[in-house]
Design a protein around this ligand. Structure first.
Ligand SMILES: *Cc1c(COP(=O)(O)O)cnc(C)c1O
Length: 382
């Protein structure tokens, strides 16, 4: 079958529809990305410069937070967020088992124990009703993950454990809202990833923490740059080399201008999928349950998932599994400590059925229709 060579990409029924694709967006803004590169190149200061400062201000404004601090990756952002909260050995941090391993790894890096709570079957998000029972006198933080681009009901999580600080894992949720408030502004701190395929991605690795606390802002700035607080060669705390560089900040400034359009594009695709899936045995994602869903992933629950996946593959349609294994089932947690607050039966029941259909803002209506048609054909629903 002809693959997506130049000139054929996305144009005919036999071309491949990838599960995700940033190249179409980048092709459209290539001149602006080149201009960003040209602006940084002659300056000679490639870390902690004007691009990063400007991006931080623009990103904080987009999240309605007082501060944003650029970090080298989403994983590093989670790590530094937990450090800033003072989480350490012997502490417990509550999170969910169906997330990317980075969420739990960051907890393990600081010497704390991840405590997994089960999720809501409709949204795959942390079930606030399970949180109170997971709290012990060692609980130091809660890390809700806004799965697939929909906010956890952080208000309900806070109500369940009013004393415990919240670090949002907002890696899936750039621009998502909870009752009108932005992801990033819901917890004491929030970690974002700019991994290239995320809703807002760099041209390489990147991450960021948002906060409205001046104290957390100061402490994260110190931690991300070797424990310095201004004076060169003075390292006040054991910090890390985990900064977002100038090139990535410059690229991200260009892309941030498109964020609302990107979200609108993803929501258009999601709405169109929803119409195709009506009357099939596939359960579409619960839509806008807590606020605006930004559809980092369009994750359905599909009977005979593996057969459907192979069928779609045969029609040139890419899919992915986010995530195919629960974190506590990963090899790393055969030796690192963790605890489950309940039986995790909901999260476990979702794993073999979940399937992420192609999702990115530049998917054409014709491509979405090809995917929808293929799913209907697989189940024989006409
Ligand atoms: C991508 C992701 C991260 C980690 O971000 P990186 O930038 O890849 O380090 C953390 N949590 C979740 C839920 C993610 O999807």
């Amino acid at each position: 079958m002809p693959d997506s060579g130049p000139g054929t990409r996305g144009s005919g029924p036999s071309t491949t529809i990838p599960a995700e694709d940033v190249t179409r967006w980048h092709a459209r803004i290539a001149d602006d990305l080149r201009a960003a590169f040209e602006a940084v190149l002659p300056v000679g200061k490639y870390t902690l410069g004007v691009q990063l400062r400007a991006f931080e201000e623009e990103y904080a404004a987009s999240c309605d937070t007082a501060h944003a601090i650029g970090i080298s990756s989403g994983t590093a952002a989670l790590h530094l967020g937990l450090r800033a909260l003072g989480v350490g050995p012997g502490d417990e941090v509550i999170t969910v088992p169906n997330t990317y391993v980075a969420t739990a790894f960051a907890i393990t890096y600081v010497g704390a124990t991840p405590v997994f709570v089960d999720v809501d079957p409709a949204t795959a998000n942390m079930d606030p009703g399970r949180v109170a029972a997971a709290v012990t006198d060692r609980t130091r933080a809660i890390v809700p993950v806004h799965m697939y681009g929909q906010c956890v009901d952080v208000d309900a999580v806070r109500a369940a454990a009013p004393e415990i600080p919240v670090l949002e894992d907002a890696a899936h949720a750039h621009g998502a809202t909870l009752r009108g408030r932005r992801a990033g502004s819901l917890g004491e701190l929030a970690a974002f990833s700019f991994y290239p395929s995320k809703v807002l991605g760099a041209l390489g690795d990147g991450g960021l923490l948002t906060t409205s606390s001046d104290d957390f802002d100061a402490s994260v700035r110190q931690l991300r740059y070797m424990g310095q607080a201004g004076t060169k060669h003075e390292h006040l705390v054991l910090g890390y080399q985990e900064r977002l560089d100038e090139m990535q900040a410059a690229f991200l400034r260009v892309k941030l201008r498109d964020l609302e359009d990107q979200i609108a594009g993803r929501r258009r695709v999601a709405a169109r999928y929803g119409a195709w899936l009506a009357g099939t045995p596939v359960t579409p994602p619960a839509h806008d349950v807590t606020g605006r869903h930004v559809y980092y992933m369009y994750t359905v629950l599909a009977p005979r998932r593996e057969d459907l996946r192979a069928f779609l593959e045969g029609r040139g349609i890419g899919t992915q599994l986010i995530y195919p294994k629960l974190v506590p089932d990963q090899g790393a947690y055969a030796t690192s400590p963790w605890r489950a607050a309940d039986d995790l039966s909901v999260a476990r029941s979702l794993v073999p059925r979940l399937l992420c259909l192609p999702m990115f803002a530049e998917l054409t209506d014709e491509e979405v229709d090809r995917v929808g048609r293929a799913v209907r054909d697989f189940y024989g629903v006409g």
